[in-house]
Design a protein around this ligand. Structure first.
Ligand code: SAH
Ligand code: F3S
Length: 454
């Protein structure tokens, strides 16, 4: 046996992830960094030597979840004092030292861009180096985005898909948003490095790549190459069958990017997440979004002109402090007009350090809830109709895995990112052709279009 099999692991780590795709990938990087230092993953916090929470602070509720989870983990820490408890990600970046005053049993706080320093801090703590205790490594660094891609421990890889961060941070200043504080200003990777990663993934059997950035369409490398150039280059990589990118800012949806999207079809998936936030130009102005209602709608139209099969998803905030009933009606109208396939809606949550604080939190909680419910009911009706049109057709499904609750049922996604459940033989990462027999607003149901070979 090789010596690596005899070597005892440095320890076991457990990691819990909240929030967006960027956090999912950051957790894969932290896992890779720890495994490079000899740690092995466990899914049971009770037996872990290192317990990490990779956190989200986008809304107050997300942040509060972190502190209640820390309360739960305290009991574990009391029983196993040698265990290292770390808080990483956006709450770490934003709260820094304050985490220690609320939860003094936390050992280490690591910022969003300090992935590589994590194993070193952990090892120092476990060796009893108390100077590493309560270190808040939250100065904005750039080692996460340049993390060596062959060391990332990707959870999605066995399922044939992978996230690839191309730009980190955000240069916008939307008045409600905390991301510029937690993620810093934009840093872009070199295009050749990104394409190298895509080739590396293709060689490992990855079929679908999704480029990530808080504002992914702001991507521009030092040589001036932009997201459009990247889409064309990625479409040339053999073995890659699906390309996605998220999240796009409507103000940076240029005609030339749209042309590149058309050129990258059919590999470029016909689904775009384009957060509108509000259908009211007055609210969009107060949010400092950099486009108005008609500017947004004209971009949707320009995309549909180039790619008629294009489908859309969006984010909406209801109850922004200046939002009136009439503003909200305009949001409902825009949602009816665009006919999104997916809509994420959020009640406005006041965040520390954001410009919108000056407006107060003027919309009462019950009004926010009522608007949220009306919006969701409207969207559900739209999704019902949008999903029903797939019944009777054959769709291509990239299989995620077996359905957790129903044995014999597999689940995956179409290029339009629709969830498909089907009965039959399959495996994670496989491409299946499925006849859609039934639809709900949230998923399609069917059977493989050809019987599996015996
Ligand atoms: N461009 C980013 C957006 C980040 S936040 C990205 O990478 O996805 C995701 C969504 O959360 C936003 O589009 C917005 O709809 C919502 N959001 C952000 N700040 C919020 C706040 N203070 N209250 C409620 N929702 C918020
Ligand atoms: Fe946030 Fe606006 Fe940037 S929503 S991530 S500040 S584009």
């Amino acid at each position: 046996m090789s010596s690596s099999h005899d070597r005892r692991p440095a320890g076991r780590y457990y990691i819990e992830t909240w929030g967006c795709q960027m956090n999912v990938l950051d957790s894969d990087k932290m896992s890779g960094a720890l495994e490079h230092h000899g740690y092995v993953r466990t899914d049971d916090a009770a037996e872990a030597d290192v317990v990490l929470l990779n956190t989200c602070s986008i809304r107050e509720k997300a942040q509060e979840k972190v502190f209640s989870e820390l309360g739960r983990l305290k009991a574990l820490k009391d029983r196993r004092p040698g265990m290292v408890l770390g808080v990483c990600g956006c709450v770490a970046q934003q709260e820094g030292e304050r985490i220690f005053s609320r939860a003094p049993y936390v050992d280490v706080v690591v910022g969003t861009r300090a992935t590589s320093s994590l194993p070193i801090l952990v090892n120092r703590l476990r060796a009893g180096d108390d100077s590493a205790r309560h270190v808040a490594d939250v100065e904005i660094r750039n080692d996460s985005i340049h993390f060596p891609y062959d060391r990332i421990r990707r959870d999605g890889e066995g399922r044939g898909r992978a996230y690839v961060t191309v730009v980190e941070g955000c240069n916008h200043r939307c008045t409600f948003c905390i991301v510029p504080t937690t993620r810093g200003r934009e840093v872009c990777r070199d295009l050749d490095d990104v394409v190298g990663e895509v080739r590396h993934l293709a060689a490992r059997g990855v079929h679908e790549v999704e480029f990530l950035g808080q504002t992914v369409n702001a991507y521009r490398d030092a040589a001036g190459r932009n997201l459009g150039d990247l889409l064309r280059a990625a479409a040339d990589v053999e073995g890659i069958g699906r390309i996605r990118f998220t999240t796009s800012h409507p103000a940076q949806m240029t005609e030339s990017l749209m042309d590149a999207m058309r050129d990258a079809r059919p590999k470029l998936c016909p689904y775009l997440h384009l957060p509108v936030q509000s259908g009211s130009s007055a609210v969009l102005r107060a949010m400092r979004r950099g486009y108005d209602r008609s500017g947004y709608l004209s971009r949707i139209e320009a995309l549909r002109r180039r790619i008629p099969e294009m489908t859309f998803g969006t984010d909406v905030i209801v109850g922004f402090p200046t939002e009136t009933d009439a503003d909200f009606e305009q949001t409902l109208e825009l949602v009816r007009e665009v006919e999104y396939d997916t809509l994420y809606s959020f009640a406005y949550s006041a965040r520390p350090g954001t410009a919108a604080l000056e407006f107060g939190d003027a919309v009462p909680a019950d009004v926010k809830m009522e608007r949220l419910q009306r919006l969701q009911a409207e969207q559900q009706g739209i999704q019902e109709r949008r999903m029903a049109r797939w019944v009777g057709s054959v769709v291509e499904v990239l299989v995620d895995g077996p359905d957790a609750k129903r044995p014999g049922v597999w689940s995956g996604r179409t290029p339009e990112a629709r969830v498909v459940n089907f009965r039959g033989e399959s495996a994670p990462g496989r491409l299946e052709r499925v006849v859609v027999e039934r639809a709900s607003p949230f998923a399609l149901y069917g059977v493989p279009s050809l019987p599996s070979p015996a």
